[in-house]
Design a protein around this ligand. Structure first.
Ligand SMILES: [Zn+2]
Length: 254
């Protein structure tokens, strides 16, 4: 199947079907607008399924939290609760090693064909086209798996489409990977995968900065007064994950 077959992908219910000529409305759940869909290469997908089947258990790395330790939020219980929730997400992946064929998505969003111009927001890539392609397949598959894992915990809320709002007469748009409700705060979550050997402290700042941008946006939306944000990172090939709940105390070291 060509990756350019004409299909749409519903971000809400996951339905994929033939593109309608004049609209992007989901035939199953009426969500509007859906995305033009791009097929994920089967060979690439199988490669990552095998990584999960053959890989060991996910292990928490402390290198992110030790980098940040003096600058974490003052509410230690909240930090602890967050770390426990993240541990459960990776526990879900451990329990479902044999089911990754149904957990990894088969389709992804084609941003440029959906809008004619919009590019995916987030971190800019400066690497070779081949590396970018490998890393983008990995990111899309694990982002899909992350979306399945968060469905197991009702403190998470999925985000289906970019969030637009206006403030002081200006328009803003942002799209975290999910919301996490902790102590009445709606906290934006950024999820990011790393290639083998790259999940090291000097690579963490970009993700932390991205996470702080989401924190500022969500504060303006009004449900995150303490300006918290969350970052969850992992390296599937090395079976490592790490996470941090942060607030503006972190900004002096970024
Ligand atoms: Zn739908």
């Amino acid at each position: 199947m060509s990756q350019f077959d004409n299909h749409y992908l519903c971000p809400k219910c996951g339905h994929v079907d033939e593109l309608h000529p004049n609209n992007l409305i989901c035939e199953i759940c009426d969500f509007n607008p859906c995305f033009v869909a791009k097929h994920i290469n089967e060979g690439d997908r199988k490669w990552w399924i095998r990584i999960e089947e053959d890989g060991g258990k996910w292990r928490r790395k402390k290198n992110l939290s030790s980098k940040l330790k003096k600058h974490l939020p003052e509410d230690k219980n909240l930090v602890k609760e967050f770390q426990k929730i993240v541990g459960e997400l990776f526990g879900y992946l451990d329990q479902n090693k044999e089911n990754m064929d149904s957990i990894f998505p088969k389709w992804t969003r084609d941003y440029s064909r959906t809008t004619g111009k919009r590019t995916q927001q987030g971190w800019k890539e400066k690497r070779s086209a081949k590396k970018v392609k490998q890393s983008s397949v990995r990111g899309k598959l694990y982002e899909g798996a992350f979306n399945e894992a968060i469905k197991q915990n009702e403190q998470f809320e999925q985000i289906f489409t970019p969030i637009s709002y206006s403030y002081n007469g200006k328009e803003f748009e942002f799209e975290p990977d999910a919301w996490l409700w902790l102590e009445n705060s709606q906290i934006p979550v950024e999820f990011k995968t790393f290639e083998e050997g790259k999940m090291v402290p000097n690579k963490f700042n970009r993700g932390l900065k991205q996470s702080r941008k989401y924190a500022k946006h969500s504060k303006l939306l009004g449900k995150n007064p303490k300006e918290y944000s969350a970052l969850i990172i992992c390296c599937p090939e090395e079976r490592k994950f790490a996470s941090a709940l942060i607030d503006n105390r972190i900004e002096k070291i970024l």
